[in-house]
Ligand binder design. Structure first.
Ligand code: ARG
Length: 442
């Protein structure tokens, strides 16, 4: 029973939150006259001493005391006697644990938000440095149209900014205090839930005591925000793996973010990127685990809910690692501009520019222009050249009205510069967007 029942092995991670909650509860109990101010002072000093012991690593955790709440309360009573036994008045472990988990998630959100912003800043730095570095843009991982390395970096800034927004939304919704819901129905003691809510930085107390102890949707929501962010990091990591392969050779990572092989002396493996990609599954798993714990639970608390923690803690810690590794890799990455430019021009990547030229200059309907361009691409392919390698006469054989003005749109530089619509790939746009982001993140 003890082995399956005890949670102290993992819920001790919430000791700070547990003590913060107990301090607020004791202060309120004394303020409304449920305990004396002498008891409150003894509790406060006792909890502060316990915090110091835990911090110093010499707190005697005891599995027989089941969880973080009982471990701390039992030691408190050992240290200060009678007053310690009064702390749990008007409270239950059910509202206590609901409070601790909320506080823990709120702290995790604040930490991860700062880290997401750090990755965004690193991406913006690369975007500013590489605003004009042309590279191939892909769809289906096939060459599509030229873009710039800076524009590609800023795409991830947008994704991460939505992840940051999802965490902020989650924080707003979770920011209600369950403390005082007690076991499930509230309490007959004249407690002041507004006072503890305010002392703990909540917007107010939760409105329904049953909901307060039974709900963990805030944790599921947090895990979704993490899983989505991990998915974005994983896509980026996948690109780093592809780009650093010598067959692509788009970017180089230093030894700081690669490893060698124990047998193949030439190897430079992008392990950090692979691990960011690989760890995504743990975070997704935690989300599914949380939903599964909740889906069959009748109201209110069930011990199943103790299973909300390990996945939650692991997901948050995994995010901390992956965000730090990603920030490091982004700053470490050295794009190979010459190789990127060469690749950007391959695969007839300016075919769309040619079709657009036919529409603009010859007033050709786009669908016809698409056909003419298709024939020109086939011709160039047969000749073993790119579009600019066709002669004007060869082009005119397909469409006699083509003039040599067409050669002005076939270079990758002309292609990216022309895409100056709002949100487009043009280097001037990228510079402007990067500057806006820099300011917003300052
Ligand atoms: N360790 C428990 C948990 O994590 C604390 C709440 C226990 N409540 C109870 N009635 N047994 O959920």
């Amino acid at each position: 029973m003890q082995a399956i029942n005890a949670s102290i092995g993992f819920d001790r991670k919430m000791w700070r939150q547990d003590i913060r909650g107990s301090l607020a509860h004791a202060a309120m109990l004394s303020r409304v006259g449920i305990i004396s101010s002498a008891d409150e002072a003894a509790i406060r000093q006792g909890l502060e001493a316990i915090a110091a012991r835990i911090e110093a690593g010499d707190f005697p955790w005891d599995e027989a005391l089941e969880d973080i709440h009982m471990n701390i309360e039992a030691r408190l009573t050992e240290a200060i006697g009678e007053a310690g036994k009064r702390l749990h008045t008007g409270r239950s472990r059910n509202d206590q644990v609901a409070l601790d988990v909320r506080l823990w998630v709120r702290d995790a959100i604040d930490g991860l938000t700062g880290q997401i912003e750090d990755v965004m800043r690193a991406l913006v730095e690369q975007a500013e440095a590489q605003a004009g570095t042309v590279m191939p843009g892909f769809t289906h991982l096939q060459p599509a149209q030229p873009t710039t390395f800076g524009h590609h970096m800023l795409a991830y800034v947008e994704m991460l900014s939505r992840d940051r927004g999802r965490l902020a939304d989650c924080r707003k919704r979770l920011n209600e205090s369950p403390l005082g819901a007690a076991a499930l129905c509230g309490t007959g003691f004249p407690i002041d839930r507004h006072m503890t809510a305010e002392a703990l930085g909540f917007d107010g107390p939760t409105r329904n005591s049953l909901d307060a102890v039974a709900s963990r949707d805030f944790a599921a929501e947090f895990l979704f925000a993490c899983a989505m962010c991990a998915t974005h990091l994983s896509r980026f990591a996948e690109e780093v793996v592809i780009w650093t392969s010598p067959y692509f050779g788009f970017v180089k990572l230093s030894d700081a973010f690669t490893t060698g092989s124990s047998i193949m002396p030439q190897k430079r493996n992008p392990d950090a990127a692979e691990l960011v990609r690989g760890k995504t599954g743990r975070v997704m798993g935690a989300l599914i685990g949380m939903l599964t714990v909740l889906k069959g639970l009748p109201l209110t608390y069930g011990k199943d809910m103790q299973e909300d923690k390990e996945g939650l803690f692991d997901a948050a810690e995994t995010m901390t690692l992956c965000l730090a590794a990603t920030a490091g890799m982004v700053r470490d990455m050295k794009p190979d501009a010459a190789r990127l430019r060469e690749a950007a021009g391959a695969g007839f990547s300016t075919a769309t520019d040619l079709a657009d030229w036919l529409v603009r200059e010859l007033k050709m309907p786009f669908r016809d222009a698409h056909h003419v361009t298709g024939r020109l691409v086939a011709k160039a392919e047969a000749k073993g050249t790119d579009l600019a390698g066709l002669t004007l006469a060869e082009m005119q054989a397909e469409e006699p009205r083509i003039t040599d003005g067409v050669f002005g749109v076939l270079s990758v530089e002309a292609s990216v510069a022309s895409r100056a619509c709002y949100g487009g790939t043009a280097p001037e746009n990228v510079r402007r967007m990067a500057a806006e982001w820099r300011e917003r993140l300052a």
